[in-house]
Design a protein. Structure first.
Length: 76
């Protein structure tokens, strides 16, 4: 009655019809995952370069005081 190619086409059409409601959610999720992956890869690359300064949100690092030779501690 039906050959293998016709059955495969019918299954693909049924899968597409059933997945239409979930498609925007799936593409949004894939986009977020790609952004996270890019950010992690960029952070790993930046961590490998020791000469570049790192910015840490919410912390202040002060240089040594020339008079005492001790570092100031950051205030919260």
């Amino acid at each position: 009655m039906f050959g293998l190619s016709e059955l495969a086409i019918i299954l693909v059409v049924v899968a597409v019809v059933l997945a239409v409601k979930k498609l925007p959610e799936l593409t949004r999720s894939a986009g977020k995952s790609a952004r996270i992956l890019k950010a992690e890869a960029r952070a790993a690359k930046d961590a490998d370069e020791p000469g570049t300064p790192r910015v840490i949100q919410g912390e202040a690092v002060r240089s040594e005081d020339p008079g005492t030779g001790a570092q100031d501690t950051p205030r919260a």
